[in-house]
Design a protein around this ligand. Sequence first.
Ligand SMILES: Cc1cc2nc3c(=O)[nH]c(=O)nc-3n(C[C@H](O)[C@H](O)[C@H](O)COP(=O)(O)OP(=O)(O)OC[C@H]3O[C@@H](n4cnc5c(N)ncnc54)[C@H](O)[C@@H]3O)c2cc1C
Length: 167
Amino acid sequence: MTAAAFPRVTGAELRRVAAAFATGVCVVTAQDAALGPHGMTVNAFTTLSLDPPTVLLCLNRASTTRGVLAGAPYFAVNVLRAGQAPLARRFATRSNGKFDGIGWHRTARDVPVLDGALALLECEPAESFDVHTHSVLVGNVLSAAVDEGSPLLFHRGRMIGEAGAAR
Ligand SMILES: Cc1cc2nc3c(=O)[nH]c(=O)nc-3n(C[C@H](O)[C@H](O)[C@H](O)COP(=O)(O)OP(=O)(O)OC[C@H]3O[C@@H](n4cnc5c(N)ncnc54)[C@H](O)[C@@H]3O)c2cc1C
């Protein structure tokens, strides 16, 4: 069979089909010497291994946050809870003021993290490699905490859990 007999799907087709795969929603955050606290909304997040505890993120190479994370000693994965869709939208915009007017604090490692997240992982960048438009960032997990409650979900381009109480 030739490649022409089995043409590849387009990016738009993959996006439409992949949208059927429901995910949680995270905001990945880090401190930058010039920009200050910085972060972006991510759903391309997964556990890579438990021993050692390792996670993986896929970040657009053009995004400011990818560069911030690459240069930071630590970063955090803030798993959003139901009701935190406004935070997901805020951190999916192109802005340097994403932390203005919201609840956040610094961890002992000086990582900026969001108040009221469902779960929090503090990580150190372990390795990163580029694939096409994105960088795959692997992080060693240094600390992990989880709260009671329901997650914010992302499915077919919509946030599910909007009505839940944000904390
Ligand atoms: C539910 C949800 C899940 C998401 N999951 C992911 C994810 O897993 N991975 C991911 O990478 N993004 C994801 N995004 C998108 C991401 O949150 C946004 O792109 C966000 O604005 C990035 O913030 P930033 O400050 O790092 O990017 P900015 O630097 O503000 O850039 C935002 C985007 O603009 C484009 N851009 C910026 N500079 C340039 C340039 N010079 N040339 C061309 N294009 C440019 C890039 O696409 C970049 O990602 C998700 C968004 C949503 C709503």
